[in-house]
Design a protein around this ligand. Structure first.
Ligand code: SF4
Ligand code: SF4
Length: 187
């Protein structure tokens, strides 16, 4: 097999003074670029025409798009009760097993309800499969993202914490999921 030899021309190693000069020049160039951006942005800020896109969170917040998936929440109906009928489909669909449901019977029109409905948010990966599996539109991905906790126990959200009034979700998430999943409830 024919071989080909390539001779690489490497620059001669720099001596110490030359290295110091080149390194110093590189540092100065970096500082000049950083300060140029700083003063340009600062001048834009002073003039009221910012040249950078910075959100001053938490004072400023972005409007989330309808497809945004924050933490999953439970829909609370007008009568104050959960819409969930404790069928367990979301629990089954959840790939991280972070949903725990204990169903119970009731005499209401909805015969079953979740006596316990917990989501361990430290394990949730915001995939939205629970929302997709639910036949009742009872669990939906909200726009909530402020869910940090100081302990492992604090990452477990209980039913009372997960309930969000229907009217809050009607204008944000529901139009999107009905369009996406073609739910009969949209008809
Ligand atoms: S969003 Fe995904 S990981 Fe989180 S509770 Fe729903 S199915 Fe589980
Ligand atoms: S799939 Fe829907 S109705 Fe069934 S248990 Fe989950 S939230 Fe409740």
């Amino acid at each position: 097999m024919a071989t080909r030899t390539v001779t690489v021309q490497r620059p001669a190693p720099m001596d110490a003074p030359q290295g110091v000069v080149r390194s110093g020049a590189a540092v100065l160039k970096g500082m000049w670029i950083a300060s140029r951006h700083f003063w340009r942005n600062f001048w834009g800020f002073v003039r009221g025409k910012p040249t950078v896109f910075t959100v001053q969170y938490p004072e400023e917040r972005l409007q989330q798009p309808p497809a945004f998936r924050g933490m999953p929440v439970l829909v609370q109906m007008e009568n104050g009760k959960e819409r969930c009928v404790a069928c367990g489909l979301c629990e089954w669909a959840c790939p991280t097993d972070c949903i725990t449901i204990y169903p119970a019977e009731t005499d209401d029109e909805i015969e079953r309800y979740p006596r316990v409905f917990d989501i361990d948010m430290s394990r949730c990966m915001f995939c939205g499969l629970c929302e997709e599996a639910c036949p009742e539109e009872a669990i939906v991905m909200s726009h909530r993202v402020e869910i940090a906790a100081f302990s492992r126990r604090g990452t477990v959200w209980h039913k009372e914490d997960l309930l969000v009034p229907l009217r809050e979700l009607e204008t944000t998430r529901f139009p999107h999921i009905r369009r996406t999943y073609e739910s009969p409830a949209a008809e």
